[in-house]
Design a protein around this ligand. Sequence first.
Ligand SMILES: [Ca+2]
Ligand SMILES: [Ca+2]
Length: 258
Amino acid sequence: MQYHQLEAGNADLWRTRNLQYHQLEATGADVIRLRNLQYFELADFSADVTRTRNLQAFQLCAQLRVAPTVQKAAHCVPFSINVDVNEGSDLYSFEFRLQYDPAVLQATGVTLGSFLNPPTTIIKEELNQTFGFVVFSASSVSPALPASGSGTIATIAFDSIPGGNSAFQLLDIQLLDLSSQILGHQAIDGFFECIPVWGDANADHLVNCVDLFNLGKAFGSIPGDSDWNRYCDLDGDESVGELDLQIFSQNFGKTWSP
Ligand SMILES: [Ca+2]
Ligand SMILES: [Ca+2]
């Protein structure tokens, strides 16, 4: 981008030139975020002219965040969260560890998002339910170009098991460019909030006859049986039986929203 014109939130007009990577964001009057500006010039049309050059040291970092920031789900239903990059620049590979409470949640899978440019390869994928974390690492491979902007780098599927709430913490983050140089980042964690509704075995936000049918099919089963359904084990005792039916009866007719 050789020339670009922006309007700030307070209606002042700014002009920027020679942006190697365009990434400006004005909020209100004062906050301007800059990224990877090799050369930068601001002109305030109202009167003053401000010039700043060689702002390599001014580089701000990408955000890596759990999305949504607050995820809600009823007991014993599957859901997924994303790990998103906001305002990323030149990302070629990444690694992160997502920590959660294994007494509350169980990670069931992780898939690569669409942010990295293809072709891609998954370098590391570890789901550890004992300590409650997911480690995931992936990279673009030649002839892919680095990726910039915002998007999803990973989607992680969970089951909520009878328990409560849990934080989602992003740790051990490494973002690398094509030359394996480390890119700066800011991590924004998330939170899981358990909704006190049990028995929605098919995760359609209703506890009704369809769920009762599922519970009936799974009644008497334990893990490994052909008719086992973990979403019907409402007390988490690794079997579907009378107690689950009691809990189901108390919740019949309830609805919930994520
Ligand atoms: Ca249902
Ligand atoms: Ca049970």
